[in-house]
Design a protein around this ligand. Sequence first.
Ligand code: DQA
Length: 147
Amino acid sequence: KKILVIHGPNLNLLGEREPGVYGTDTFESINNEIIEHAMKYEFHCDVYQSNHEGEIIDKLHLARKNYDGVILNAGAYTHYSYAIRDAIAAIKIPVVEVHLSNIHSRDEFRHTSVIAPVCVGQISGFGKYSYYMAVDALYYKWKNESG
Ligand code: DQA
């Protein structure tokens, strides 16, 4: 199976950005660890990051042809991008919503995810492990489906 991890705005600064909230592991090291974790299931995993809403939408459209599933941390777009929500709804492959922080325990505006209803599920609050758990979630989902 092929998985695409999409990181939205400001996540390229992981390690530097608000380390008290998001941790000190760098963007690069987290990505390497996600890829390694995915290899345990023999999943091929690519990683993409963009600070631009339209580029994230384009990538979701492309992913529908080239990948079996997507792990998406949409950053702040999570809370208000109906365009990203519609892109997820438009594609048939499963999209797992991921957040490093627990969005439900932070600012009020972060409590709402407009993408949650069209994702297969949401993993929030486990730091970089949220991404690993999303890989696990796809593994178990596909394992169940194949009986
Ligand atoms: C985030 C949470 C969002 O509220 C925030 O805007 C981010 C990161 C997280 O991973 O915890 O950019 O998605």
